[in-house]
Design a protein around this ligand. Structure first.
Ligand SMILES: Nc1ncnc2c1ncn2[C@@H]1O[C@H](COP(=O)(O)OP(=O)(O)O)[C@@H](O)[C@H]1O
Ligand SMILES: [Mg+2]
Length: 246
């Protein structure tokens, strides 16, 4: 595949501060990291260490204060945003799973997922078929017609995950995606993330406190006070999902 040996996400000296003077908070200080296609990495650290800020910067939702960032080898940020259409970039390239699901309350589960396919140009029939396939896989197919307010937190999180991957993004960012799930459901979600990383050669970045899923990561980045401390290689358990390796 074209570009298989080049990082999908590259950050060089990214800093982000909020406020100025006495109230200034340095949320990220000179963070440099890269993630390759097919890689699933963990981002861990204490509360307030900058994990969500870093994820939002990579998602092009939050503007850094300085540094450089590339997505798929293209310069996106160099002390300012470089690419005109960040909304399009987010829609086409990035799937984001928020800590709290933020489904649209006036659309049912199926429509929440199908909508992002339609925004990306799919027909209504194709969008609904893709949404059905993903919801079935995640074990929430029976909740297709339910409105978000009427389903459990764990079900809503799985719908949000289906929505994040519906457009087969090359970059998937997840903020504590398994926090609301029991360990069996968390396992299903991590299976899916691993499968997406491998099959779509996506870069998957997961913020997590859940030590049970650390063995799913190829590498673990530790953040402390906005600084990247160590990059730990964690051996991924072969066949952890029970799926057959080719
Ligand atoms: N919008 C904001 N305005 C001011 N300070 C913020 C904002 N967002 C985050 N921070 C601060 O930046 C630091 C990192 O926050 P965050 O990235 O949310 O940490 P984590 O996700 O690791 O818990 C914290 O000190 C937090 O209070
Ligand atoms: Mg956070």
């Amino acid at each position: 595949m074209n570009g298989a040996d080049r990082p999908l996400v590259e950050l060089a000296g990214i800093s982000k501060h909020f406020g100025e003077g006495d109230t200034r908070v340095d949320a990220l200080s000179e963070v440099s990291m890269s993630v390759m296609p097919g890689e699933i990495v963990g981002l861990v650290g204490p509360s307030g260490s900058g994990k969500s800020t870093l994820l939002n910067v990579i998602a092009c939702i939050l503007e850094p204060s300085s540094g450089r960032m590339r997505i798929e080898g293209k310069d996106i940020y160099d002390n300012r945003w470089l690419k005109g259409n960040l909304r399009r970039l987010r829609l086409d390239k990035i799937g984001f799973i928020f800590q709290f699901h933020n489904l649209l309350p006036f659309l049912n589960a199926l429509e929440n997922v199908a909508m992002v396919r339609e925004l990306a140009g799919a027909s209504s029939a194709e969008a609904r078929a893709r949404a059905t396939e993903l919801l079935d896989y995640l074990g929430v197919g029976h909740r297709k017609a339910a409105m978000p307010a009427t389903i459990s937190g764990g079900e809503a999180q799985r719908v949000a995950i289906a929505r994040a991957i519906a457009n087969r993004p090359r970059i998937i960012l997840a903020d504590e995606p398994t926090a609301a799930l029991d360990s069996q459901r968390a396992g299903i979600v991590m299976d899916l993330m691993s499968q997406v990383a491998k099959e779509q050669q996506a870069a998957v970045i997961v913020v997590s406190h859940d030590e049970k899923i650390f063995n799913r990561f190829h590498r673990i980045f530790h953040l402390r006070d906005g600084r990247l401390e160590t990059v730990e290689s964690a051996p991924v358990q072969a066949n952890a999902s029970g799926m057959q390796e080719p």
